[in-house]
Write a protein that binds this ligand. Sequence first.
Ligand SMILES: NC(=O)C1=CN([C@@H]2O[C@H](COP(=O)(O)OP(=O)(O)OC[C@H]3O[C@@H](n4cnc5c(N)ncnc54)[C@H](OP(=O)(O)O)[C@@H]3O)[C@@H](O)[C@H]2O)[C@@H](O)CC1
Ligand SMILES: Nc1ncnc2c1ncn2[C@@H]1O[C@H](COP(=O)(O)OP(=O)(O)O)[C@@H](O)[C@H]1O
Length: 297
Amino acid sequence: MGRGIELGSEMDLPTEPGLMALTDADVADLWLVPGEKEHKYTRGVVGLLTGSHTYPGAAVLSAAGALAAGPGMVRYLGNSPLVVPAFPEVVPAAGQVQSLVIGSGLTSLAEARARYDAALAAGTPLVLDAGGIELAYERDLPEHVVLTPHAGELSALLRAKGEAVTRDDVEARPAWAAKQAAQLTGATVLAKFATDAVAAPSGELYAQPGGPGWAATAGAGDVLAGLVGALLAMHAHDLQTGDLQGITPAKLAAAASHIHAQAAIAAACSQGRVGRPIRASEIAAHIPHVIERILND
Ligand SMILES: NC(=O)C1=CN([C@@H]2O[C@H](COP(=O)(O)OP(=O)(O)OC[C@H]3O[C@@H](n4cnc5c(N)ncnc54)[C@H](OP(=O)(O)O)[C@@H]3O)[C@@H](O)[C@H]2O)[C@@H](O)CC1
Ligand SMILES: Nc1ncnc2c1ncn2[C@@H]1O[C@H](COP(=O)(O)OP(=O)(O)O)[C@@H](O)[C@H]1O
C-alpha cells in the first residue's frame, strides 16, 4: 500500500484528502522478479510508437526507459532510424505486445490510430505521451490507459474537455488538474511537475516527490513514458483480467515516477546534495541500479 505522507510547500497537494506516495518498499512489493518458469513472452512486451524523423531521439529515450525496467522485449513500431542502432535488443517488427506507448516525439497520429483502436479493443494497457495525448480528447477511456502530460499538455487536455483553464491554473493546482483530467477522460493521469501527481478516476491519488531540478531536461519525460509502459506490460495480465490484488494502473504509474526520480537523484547527486547537470539518457542509465537497490535493500 502507499503510505500517507506529509508534504511541504508543493502547491495544492497538502490539501488533497487520501493522498499517497509510494516508497522503495512499495515498489519492491509490486515488482515481479523473474524466476525459472519465465521466458521473454511471459515477462511482458512493450510496443513503442514513438519518435519521428523530426524527433528521432525521443524514440531512443522512450526505448531506453522501457528497456531499463527489464521487460521481456521492446518492439519498436515507429519510424525513427536511431532506435535499433542505439539498442540492438529492440525488435523492429510488429507482433503481440502487452503494453503500447504512443507519443514521445510522434509528429502524426494518422498511422497511430489503427494501432490505438486495436489496443483499446483488445484491452491492452496504453501510455499516451506528448502528442499522443490528443487521442484522449476523443472518447472515454479505461483506467488502464495512462496519460503522461506536462503542464502545457494537461491544460490543453482540460480545455479540450471543456474546462476553461490556463497553463498557470494547472501549475497552481496540479493535483486538482490531474484529478479533473482523470474524471473527464476515464484514464489514469500522471501529471509531470517537480512533484508528479498521479490520479485515477476512482479518486486514487499519489504525489511522488520528483528528482532534483537537474531532471527538468529535454527527453526526461520520454524516458518516463517508456518506463511506465514497461511497468504496465509487467502486470498486463492482471490489468486485463481485473485480478489486480491492489496493483492499479495509478499505482504502477506512481511506481514509475518514483523510480524515475530516484534514478535522477542517483545520476545527478552521487557527489552531494546540490548535484550536477544531467542528460535524460543518464536518468535511463541509472534506472536498473535503482531497481536493484530497491529489490535488494
Ligand atoms: N530529443 C528529442 O527528440 C526530444 C523530443 N521531444 C518531443 O518534442 C515534442 C514537443 O515537446 P514539447 O514538450 O517541447 O512541446 P509542447 O508541449 O508543444 O511545448 C511547447 C511549448 O513550450 C514553449 N517553448 C518552447 N521553447 C521555449 C523556450 N525556449 N522558452 C519558453 N517557452 C518555450 C512553446 O511556446 P511558443 O514558443 O510556441 O510560444 C510551447 O508553448 C514532443 O513530441 C516531445 O516528445 C521532447 O520530449 C524533448 C526531447
Ligand atoms: N523542477 C523539476 N524537478 C524535478 N523534476 C522535474 C522538474 N520539472 C520537470 N521534471 C520532470 O522532468 C520530466 C519532464 O518531462 P517532459 O516535460 O515531458 O519533458 P520532455 O518532453 O522533454 O521529455 C518529468 O519526468 C518531470 O517529472
